[in-house]
Design a protein around this ligand. Structure first.
Ligand code: SF4
Length: 407
Protein backbone atom coordinates (compact mmCIF):
# COMPACT_ATOMS: atom_id res chain seq x y z
CA UNK A 1 0.00 0.00 0.00
CA UNK A 2 1.35 3.41 -0.89
CA UNK A 3 0.79 6.58 1.04
CA UNK A 4 -1.68 7.95 -1.49
CA UNK A 5 -4.01 5.12 -0.55
CA UNK A 6 -4.28 6.35 3.01
CA UNK A 7 -7.63 7.78 3.93
CA UNK A 8 -6.29 10.80 5.74
CA UNK A 9 -3.22 12.60 4.61
CA UNK A 10 -1.96 16.05 4.02
CA UNK A 11 0.64 17.26 1.59
CA UNK A 12 2.99 20.14 2.18
CA UNK A 13 5.33 20.14 -0.75
CA UNK A 14 8.22 22.42 0.02
CA UNK A 15 6.85 23.06 3.47
CA UNK A 16 10.26 23.30 5.03
CA UNK A 17 12.92 25.58 3.62
CA UNK A 18 15.77 23.14 4.15
CA UNK A 19 13.89 20.29 2.52
CA UNK A 20 12.69 22.46 -0.32
CA UNK A 21 16.28 23.17 -1.13
CA UNK A 22 16.78 19.48 -1.83
CA UNK A 23 14.72 19.99 -5.03
CA UNK A 24 14.00 16.28 -5.14
CA UNK A 25 11.20 16.37 -2.59
CA UNK A 26 8.17 14.57 -3.95
CA UNK A 27 5.79 15.28 -1.13
CA UNK A 28 5.41 15.33 2.63
CA UNK A 29 2.92 12.98 4.23
CA UNK A 30 1.22 12.63 7.59
CA UNK A 31 -1.03 9.75 8.56
CA UNK A 32 -2.90 8.82 11.74
CA UNK A 33 -0.99 5.55 11.86
CA UNK A 34 2.15 7.56 12.63
CA UNK A 35 0.79 10.35 14.80
CA UNK A 36 3.18 13.25 15.13
CA UNK A 37 5.48 12.09 12.35
CA UNK A 38 5.86 13.63 8.91
CA UNK A 39 7.43 11.61 6.13
CA UNK A 40 9.19 13.59 3.42
CA UNK A 41 9.46 11.42 0.34
CA UNK A 42 12.37 12.26 -1.89
CA UNK A 43 13.80 10.86 -5.09
CA UNK A 44 17.37 10.03 -4.21
CA UNK A 45 20.06 10.76 -6.73
CA UNK A 46 22.36 8.15 -5.25
CA UNK A 47 22.06 5.24 -2.86
CA UNK A 48 25.60 4.20 -2.03
CA UNK A 49 27.50 6.46 0.35
CA UNK A 50 31.22 6.22 0.12
CA UNK A 51 32.70 6.60 3.56
CA UNK A 52 36.13 8.13 3.06
CA UNK A 53 38.90 5.97 4.41
CA UNK A 54 40.91 7.32 7.27
CA UNK A 55 44.58 6.58 7.25
CA UNK A 56 45.21 2.89 7.90
CA UNK A 57 41.51 2.12 7.49
CA UNK A 58 39.79 0.76 4.43
CA UNK A 59 36.99 2.86 3.03
CA UNK A 60 33.47 1.63 3.39
CA UNK A 61 30.06 1.89 1.79
CA UNK A 62 26.77 2.48 3.49
CA UNK A 63 23.13 2.90 2.46
CA UNK A 64 20.67 5.01 4.43
CA UNK A 65 17.16 4.61 3.04
CA UNK A 66 15.88 6.99 5.72
CA UNK A 67 17.19 10.14 7.36
CA UNK A 68 15.91 10.82 10.82
CA UNK A 69 14.66 7.94 12.94
CA UNK A 70 11.39 7.45 14.76
CA UNK A 71 13.12 5.13 17.20
CA UNK A 72 13.99 8.43 18.85
CA UNK A 73 16.89 7.30 21.00
CA UNK A 74 17.86 10.33 23.04
CA UNK A 75 21.56 9.48 22.73
CA UNK A 76 21.52 8.94 18.94
CA UNK A 77 24.79 10.13 17.44
CA UNK A 78 23.16 10.72 14.02
CA UNK A 79 21.02 13.60 15.29
CA UNK A 80 23.26 16.39 14.00
CA UNK A 81 22.78 15.19 10.40
CA UNK A 82 19.29 16.69 10.46
CA UNK A 83 20.72 20.15 10.92
CA UNK A 84 21.92 20.09 7.30
CA UNK A 85 18.25 20.26 6.35
CA UNK A 86 17.46 23.19 8.64
CA UNK A 87 15.78 20.69 10.93
CA UNK A 88 16.76 20.38 14.55
CA UNK A 89 18.68 17.53 16.08
CA UNK A 90 16.05 16.95 18.75
CA UNK A 91 12.37 16.38 18.08
CA UNK A 92 12.69 16.99 14.33
CA UNK A 93 15.12 14.09 14.06
CA UNK A 94 12.50 11.83 15.61
CA UNK A 95 9.51 13.12 13.70
CA UNK A 96 10.60 14.57 10.33
CA UNK A 97 11.70 11.48 8.44
CA UNK A 98 13.22 11.67 4.98
CA UNK A 99 12.33 8.63 2.87
CA UNK A 100 14.31 7.80 -0.26
CA UNK A 101 11.43 6.13 -2.02
CA UNK A 102 13.46 5.15 -5.10
CA UNK A 103 16.54 3.97 -3.23
CA UNK A 104 16.37 0.35 -4.45
CA UNK A 105 16.08 1.35 -8.10
CA UNK A 106 18.95 3.83 -7.86
CA UNK A 107 21.03 1.28 -5.99
CA UNK A 108 20.51 -1.36 -8.67
CA UNK A 109 21.83 1.04 -11.30
CA UNK A 110 24.88 1.89 -9.21
CA UNK A 111 25.65 -1.76 -8.58
CA UNK A 112 25.37 -2.55 -12.28
CA UNK A 113 28.25 -0.23 -13.15
CA UNK A 114 31.32 -2.15 -14.28
CA UNK A 115 33.38 -0.11 -11.85
CA UNK A 116 31.50 -1.40 -8.80
CA UNK A 117 33.96 -3.42 -6.74
CA UNK A 118 31.47 -5.47 -4.71
CA UNK A 119 32.69 -3.94 -1.48
CA UNK A 120 30.71 -4.85 1.63
CA UNK A 121 27.81 -2.45 2.17
CA UNK A 122 26.58 -1.58 5.66
CA UNK A 123 23.03 -0.57 6.59
CA UNK A 124 21.99 0.86 9.92
CA UNK A 125 25.18 2.73 10.65
CA UNK A 126 23.52 6.14 10.55
CA UNK A 127 19.78 5.73 10.83
CA UNK A 128 17.79 2.58 11.32
CA UNK A 129 16.66 0.85 8.11
CA UNK A 130 14.02 -1.11 10.03
CA UNK A 131 12.40 1.81 11.80
CA UNK A 132 8.60 1.80 11.80
CA UNK A 133 8.21 3.46 8.41
CA UNK A 134 9.84 0.48 6.75
CA UNK A 135 6.70 -1.51 7.47
CA UNK A 136 4.91 0.67 4.93
CA UNK A 137 7.60 1.73 2.48
CA UNK A 138 9.23 -1.71 2.20
CA UNK A 139 12.52 -0.38 0.89
CA UNK A 140 14.71 -3.08 2.40
CA UNK A 141 13.55 -6.06 0.31
CA UNK A 142 14.56 -4.24 -2.86
CA UNK A 143 17.88 -3.21 -1.35
CA UNK A 144 18.69 -6.73 -0.15
CA UNK A 145 17.76 -8.22 -3.51
CA UNK A 146 19.86 -5.67 -5.40
CA UNK A 147 22.89 -6.31 -3.20
CA UNK A 148 22.58 -10.08 -3.40
CA UNK A 149 22.02 -10.04 -7.17
CA UNK A 150 25.20 -8.03 -7.60
CA UNK A 151 27.20 -10.33 -5.31
CA UNK A 152 27.70 -7.53 -2.80
CA UNK A 153 28.23 -8.52 0.88
CA UNK A 154 25.56 -7.16 3.24
CA UNK A 155 25.88 -5.98 6.84
CA UNK A 156 22.81 -4.80 8.77
CA UNK A 157 22.60 -3.25 12.23
CA UNK A 158 19.15 -2.45 13.58
CA UNK A 159 16.91 -2.04 16.58
CA UNK A 160 13.90 -2.96 14.47
CA UNK A 161 12.12 -6.26 14.96
CA UNK A 162 10.80 -5.76 11.45
CA UNK A 163 14.00 -7.48 10.39
CA UNK A 164 12.08 -10.72 10.89
CA UNK A 165 9.87 -9.87 7.94
CA UNK A 166 12.90 -10.13 5.64
CA UNK A 167 14.51 -13.23 7.11
CA UNK A 168 13.54 -15.40 4.14
CA UNK A 169 15.19 -12.91 1.83
CA UNK A 170 18.28 -12.65 4.00
CA UNK A 171 18.66 -16.42 4.30
CA UNK A 172 18.35 -16.66 0.54
CA UNK A 173 20.88 -13.85 0.09
CA UNK A 174 23.30 -15.54 2.48
CA UNK A 175 23.61 -18.43 0.03
CA UNK A 176 25.07 -15.99 -2.48
CA UNK A 177 26.90 -13.33 -0.44
CA UNK A 178 28.13 -12.89 3.14
CA UNK A 179 25.30 -11.53 5.28
CA UNK A 180 26.18 -10.12 8.71
CA UNK A 181 23.40 -9.17 11.08
CA UNK A 182 23.40 -7.46 14.45
CA UNK A 183 20.77 -6.14 16.81
CA UNK A 184 21.44 -3.02 18.82
CA UNK A 185 20.30 -3.58 22.41
CA UNK A 186 21.72 -1.32 25.09
CA UNK A 187 19.33 -1.65 28.03
CA UNK A 188 18.13 -4.81 29.74
CA UNK A 189 15.82 -3.59 32.45
CA UNK A 190 13.28 -6.36 32.11
CA UNK A 191 13.74 -9.37 34.31
CA UNK A 192 16.60 -7.88 36.25
CA UNK A 193 16.53 -8.98 39.85
CA UNK A 194 16.06 -6.17 42.33
CA UNK A 195 19.47 -6.54 43.87
CA UNK A 196 22.26 -4.64 42.20
CA UNK A 197 20.50 -1.58 40.91
CA UNK A 198 19.18 1.36 42.83
CA UNK A 199 15.81 0.95 44.37
CA UNK A 200 14.71 4.44 43.42
CA UNK A 201 12.94 3.79 40.19
CA UNK A 202 16.13 4.33 38.25
CA UNK A 203 15.76 1.23 36.17
CA UNK A 204 11.99 1.15 35.95
CA UNK A 205 11.08 1.88 32.37
CA UNK A 206 14.55 3.10 31.52
CA UNK A 207 14.64 1.46 28.11
CA UNK A 208 11.35 2.89 26.92
CA UNK A 209 12.19 6.27 28.42
CA UNK A 210 15.55 6.72 26.75
CA UNK A 211 14.56 4.96 23.47
CA UNK A 212 10.86 5.79 23.29
CA UNK A 213 10.25 4.69 19.72
CA UNK A 214 11.99 1.34 19.81
CA UNK A 215 10.71 -2.19 20.20
CA UNK A 216 11.25 -3.58 23.68
CA UNK A 217 14.42 -5.35 24.66
CA UNK A 218 12.46 -8.58 24.91
CA UNK A 219 11.20 -8.23 21.35
CA UNK A 220 14.68 -7.46 20.05
CA UNK A 221 16.17 -10.44 21.86
CA UNK A 222 13.45 -12.59 20.34
CA UNK A 223 14.54 -11.26 16.96
CA UNK A 224 18.10 -12.35 17.67
CA UNK A 225 16.78 -15.81 18.44
CA UNK A 226 14.70 -15.83 15.27
CA UNK A 227 17.77 -14.99 13.20
CA UNK A 228 19.78 -17.73 14.87
CA UNK A 229 17.01 -20.24 14.32
CA UNK A 230 17.31 -19.52 10.62
CA UNK A 231 20.96 -20.50 10.74
CA UNK A 232 22.47 -17.01 10.52
CA UNK A 233 24.84 -15.47 13.02
CA UNK A 234 23.56 -12.46 14.92
CA UNK A 235 25.68 -10.14 17.01
CA UNK A 236 24.48 -7.69 19.64
CA UNK A 237 25.67 -4.11 19.89
CA UNK A 238 25.57 -3.45 23.62
CA UNK A 239 25.91 0.27 23.13
CA UNK A 240 25.91 2.87 24.26
CA UNK A 241 26.54 1.98 27.85
CA UNK A 242 25.15 4.90 29.83
CA UNK A 243 27.28 6.17 32.71
CA UNK A 244 25.62 5.83 36.13
CA UNK A 245 22.60 4.15 34.57
CA UNK A 246 23.58 0.98 32.77
CA UNK A 247 27.22 0.50 33.65
CA UNK A 248 26.68 -1.29 36.93
CA UNK A 249 28.14 -4.74 36.99
CA UNK A 250 24.69 -6.12 37.75
CA UNK A 251 23.25 -4.62 34.60
CA UNK A 252 26.13 -5.64 32.36
CA UNK A 253 26.11 -9.16 33.74
CA UNK A 254 22.36 -9.41 33.18
CA UNK A 255 22.69 -7.94 29.68
CA UNK A 256 25.25 -10.53 28.70
CA UNK A 257 23.26 -13.32 30.28
CA UNK A 258 20.22 -12.34 28.23
CA UNK A 259 22.30 -11.92 25.08
CA UNK A 260 23.76 -15.38 25.50
CA UNK A 261 20.37 -16.91 26.24
CA UNK A 262 18.97 -15.34 23.08
CA UNK A 263 21.71 -16.97 21.04
CA UNK A 264 23.84 -13.94 20.22
CA UNK A 265 27.06 -14.94 18.51
CA UNK A 266 29.07 -11.91 19.53
CA UNK A 267 28.81 -8.73 21.56
CA UNK A 268 30.27 -5.33 20.87
CA UNK A 269 30.11 -2.55 23.40
CA UNK A 270 31.05 1.08 23.71
CA UNK A 271 30.44 3.88 26.13
CA UNK A 272 28.28 6.89 25.45
CA UNK A 273 29.55 9.58 23.09
CA UNK A 274 27.82 12.93 23.19
CA UNK A 275 28.41 15.22 20.24
CA UNK A 276 27.39 18.82 20.98
CA UNK A 277 23.82 18.71 19.60
CA UNK A 278 23.31 15.22 20.98
CA UNK A 279 24.59 16.29 24.38
CA UNK A 280 21.95 19.04 24.58
CA UNK A 281 19.11 16.65 23.75
CA UNK A 282 20.36 13.87 26.00
CA UNK A 283 20.88 16.22 28.94
CA UNK A 284 17.34 17.55 28.50
CA UNK A 285 16.08 13.98 28.86
CA UNK A 286 18.39 13.41 31.81
CA UNK A 287 17.15 16.57 33.53
CA UNK A 288 13.57 15.30 33.20
CA UNK A 289 14.13 11.70 34.24
CA UNK A 290 17.26 11.73 36.37
CA UNK A 291 18.02 15.30 37.43
CA UNK A 292 20.30 14.02 40.14
CA UNK A 293 22.74 12.87 37.48
CA UNK A 294 23.02 16.04 35.38
CA UNK A 295 25.91 17.49 37.32
CA UNK A 296 27.87 14.26 37.16
CA UNK A 297 27.35 14.01 33.41
CA UNK A 298 28.49 17.58 32.91
CA UNK A 299 31.62 16.76 34.81
CA UNK A 300 32.21 13.48 33.01
CA UNK A 301 31.77 15.05 29.56
CA UNK A 302 33.38 18.38 30.38
CA UNK A 303 36.23 17.58 28.02
CA UNK A 304 34.10 17.00 24.93
CA UNK A 305 32.02 14.26 23.40
CA UNK A 306 33.88 11.36 24.96
CA UNK A 307 34.06 10.28 28.55
CA UNK A 308 37.61 10.48 29.89
CA UNK A 309 40.03 7.74 29.04
CA UNK A 310 40.06 6.71 32.67
CA UNK A 311 36.37 5.95 32.54
CA UNK A 312 36.62 4.06 29.25
CA UNK A 313 39.50 1.98 30.56
CA UNK A 314 37.60 1.30 33.73
CA UNK A 315 34.57 0.21 31.71
CA UNK A 316 36.68 -2.10 29.57
CA UNK A 317 38.12 -3.70 32.68
CA UNK A 318 34.63 -4.21 34.01
CA UNK A 319 32.93 -5.66 30.97
CA UNK A 320 35.80 -7.62 29.42
CA UNK A 321 35.84 -10.37 32.05
CA UNK A 322 32.04 -10.54 31.93
CA UNK A 323 32.03 -11.06 28.16
CA UNK A 324 34.52 -13.86 28.54
CA UNK A 325 32.68 -15.35 31.52
CA UNK A 326 29.50 -15.57 29.51
CA UNK A 327 31.32 -17.27 26.67
CA UNK A 328 30.50 -14.51 24.24
CA UNK A 329 32.94 -13.76 21.52
CA UNK A 330 33.79 -10.13 21.19
CA UNK A 331 32.60 -8.90 17.81
CA UNK A 332 34.60 -6.67 15.54
CA UNK A 333 33.36 -3.27 14.55
CA UNK A 334 34.02 -1.85 11.11
CA UNK A 335 35.68 1.38 12.05
CA UNK A 336 35.07 2.90 8.63
CA UNK A 337 31.29 2.55 8.87
CA UNK A 338 30.65 2.04 12.57
CA UNK A 339 28.68 -1.12 11.81
CA UNK A 340 29.43 -4.79 12.21
CA UNK A 341 32.55 -5.72 10.32
CA UNK A 342 31.60 -7.79 7.30
CA UNK A 343 32.73 -11.39 7.35
CA UNK A 344 33.75 -10.79 3.75
CA UNK A 345 36.64 -8.76 5.12
CA UNK A 346 39.56 -10.34 6.91
CA UNK A 347 39.31 -10.02 10.67
CA UNK A 348 41.53 -7.27 11.93
CA UNK A 349 41.99 -7.85 15.63
CA UNK A 350 44.76 -5.31 15.72
CA UNK A 351 42.13 -2.63 15.18
CA UNK A 352 39.97 -3.82 18.04
CA UNK A 353 42.26 -5.57 20.50
CA UNK A 354 40.66 -7.76 23.12
CA UNK A 355 40.59 -6.17 26.53
CA UNK A 356 43.40 -8.37 27.83
CA UNK A 357 45.89 -6.81 25.41
CA UNK A 358 44.95 -3.24 26.09
CA UNK A 359 47.14 -0.89 28.04
CA UNK A 360 46.30 -1.01 31.72
CA UNK A 361 44.84 2.11 33.27
CA UNK A 362 47.49 4.63 34.17
CA UNK A 363 46.16 4.82 37.68
CA UNK A 364 46.72 1.93 40.03
CA UNK A 365 43.59 0.34 41.42
CA UNK A 366 43.37 0.01 45.14
CA UNK A 367 43.98 -3.39 46.65
CA UNK A 368 40.27 -3.69 47.25
CA UNK A 369 39.51 -2.93 43.61
CA UNK A 370 42.11 -5.40 42.35
CA UNK A 371 40.64 -8.04 44.58
CA UNK A 372 37.20 -7.14 43.29
CA UNK A 373 38.27 -7.61 39.68
CA UNK A 374 40.08 -10.85 40.43
CA UNK A 375 36.99 -12.21 42.13
CA UNK A 376 34.93 -11.19 39.14
CA UNK A 377 37.26 -12.91 36.69
CA UNK A 378 37.15 -16.25 38.48
CA UNK A 379 33.74 -16.12 40.04
CA UNK A 380 31.45 -15.10 37.23
CA UNK A 381 30.07 -18.09 35.42
CA UNK A 382 27.32 -18.04 32.86
CA UNK A 383 23.98 -17.88 34.58
CA UNK A 384 25.69 -17.22 37.87
CA UNK A 385 25.74 -13.47 38.38
CA UNK A 386 28.49 -12.00 40.46
CA UNK A 387 27.68 -10.57 43.83
CA UNK A 388 25.14 -7.84 43.23
CA UNK A 389 23.93 -7.43 46.76
CA UNK A 390 24.92 -3.80 47.09
CA UNK A 391 22.31 -1.59 45.45
CA UNK A 392 24.10 1.50 44.30
CA UNK A 393 24.97 3.77 41.43
CA UNK A 394 28.22 3.07 39.72
CA UNK A 395 29.96 5.95 41.45
CA UNK A 396 29.36 4.21 44.72
CA UNK A 397 30.79 1.01 43.28
CA UNK A 398 33.96 2.70 42.10
CA UNK A 399 37.00 2.26 44.23
CA UNK A 400 37.28 5.43 46.30
CA UNK A 401 40.65 6.28 44.76
CA UNK A 402 39.11 6.54 41.30
CA UNK A 403 35.95 8.35 42.14
CA UNK A 404 37.25 11.87 42.77
CA UNK A 405 39.18 12.10 39.52
CA UNK A 406 36.39 10.72 37.39
CA UNK A 407 33.32 12.20 38.94
S1 SF4 B 1 17.66 3.33 16.33
FE1 SF4 B 1 19.73 4.02 15.85
S2 SF4 B 1 19.44 5.57 14.28
FE2 SF4 B 1 17.46 5.28 15.25
S3 SF4 B 1 17.36 6.85 16.85
FE3 SF4 B 1 18.14 4.96 17.78
S4 SF4 B 1 20.37 5.16 17.68
FE4 SF4 B 1 19.50 6.64 16.22
Amino acid sequence: MRWNEQKLQTEHVGALPGLARLNNLVRSVQTPEFAGITFHEILAKSALNHVPGQSALPFGYTINPYRGCSHACTYCFARPTHQYLDLDAGKDFDSEIIVKVNVAEVLRKELAKPTWGRHPVALGTNTDPYQRAEGRYRLMPGIIAALADSKTPISILTKGTLLRRDLDLLVEASARVPVDLAMSIAIYDEGLPDAGLPDDGLRAGLQQSVEPGTPTTKARLATVTAVRERGLDCGIFLMPILPFLTDTRAHLDEALRQAKAAGATSVLYSGLNLKPAVKDWYLQWLARDHPELVGRYRELYAGGQYAPKEYRTWLAARIGPLIRAHGLERGVVDLSTGGLRSSALPASPERMPPPATRKPPHFAPTAAAASDLAQLAVGSAVGSPVNTARPSLIAAELPPKWAPTLF
